[in-house]
Design a binder for this molecule. Sequence first.
Ligand SMILES: Cc1ncc(COP(=O)(O)O)c(C=O)c1O
Length: 387
Amino acid sequence: MKPLSDAILNSQKSAIRKLFELLIKSSDGISFGIGQPDFTSPDFVNDEIIKALKEHKTQYAPALGLPTLRRVVAQKFQNENNMKWVETENVMITNGGSQALQLCFATLSNPGDEMILSSPNFLSYIYLASYYHLKLVEVPRLENYAPDLEGIRQSITPKTKFIMINSPNNPTGYVYSKKQMDKLVQIVLENDLYLVSDEVYEKFLYNDHIHISPASYDEMAERTLTLNALSKTFGATGLRLGYVSANKKIIGMMEKYGQYTTAGVNHPTQYGAIEALMKGNPDMPQILQSYNKKRLFSLKRLKELQFDTIEPFGAFYIMPRLNPKWDMTSEVFSNELVKEKHVACVPGNGFGSYSNNSLRISYATSDELLEEGFNRIERFLKKKSLI
Ligand SMILES: Cc1ncc(COP(=O)(O)O)c(C=O)c1O
């Protein structure tokens, strides 16, 4: 038979899903691998979805999304992200942040174009690059996981089309500072590039760190595509509701692409999203307080267990490096850990070419499980005489 798509055939099944499959086999499994918060969507959001269903709002919604929701998203971008230029016509509603990402890649890419990424980074960017026949240029992060902005500048060629950023970051928890964003903006402008900014973790910030949207710089309005979703902020990963803003021409292209691929987003859910984005998540202060406690606890335990740790200031992940003395790749470490102690951590090589010696730990789980998980890691290391 003739060959199938190389890009899809050659992409790996998600390392996270593989871990889950292993973990599911044990009754006492603890997952530090999960990429979703441990809370669920608020009732005031769910009630609106139920109401819309009862009113039989089950027919196609417009491909760009409900006009009221698009207006609410535009206001959110203006008020919360200081993107004063965003109007309803600059917004499209999507099936989660994932479809927003796909639309960015689809509208920006021609085969052979190059995309620059700080590595490690969220895995979908790597495979989307291959599905859209882009050349992926991974620039390793600095020792403290800061983006290497000089390295990014030096990686630009005439074929570079866009830089992809995610701050706060999955998997490192790194948050761009104002100074770093200023410099990135300068690089984008000087080289006539586009910038895609994935802001799904914007609300998960610790120690007075702030979120800066690059599209808040006036001169970036035309060339920045900003995406976000209800998934993380509202504990609503299963609602599949995201949104993206861009210049009018790009949104027009996204509309066409959406018409022929997904034909819109779940109609009743969009009514819930209107409420969600108008009110925000009222529980966020308590959630952040509790996640900060988990963050500090994880950091302390990892240090005690002799990992090489870098304090994260955003999202709900921590990415320690394995102690070089252990002489083990993260893939071997996490496979043995899951098999012997039923604790799942995602190996770093799931996030690019420069993180083979690190693990991603999601601390968005209960305090009890977090404590028990680290105790099991301690027993695992002791049994192997590594500590
Ligand atoms: C950085 C980042 N962007 C986008 C997504 C996808 O979000 P969604 O679940 O809304 O598709 C995720 C999910 O884990 C993520 O971590």
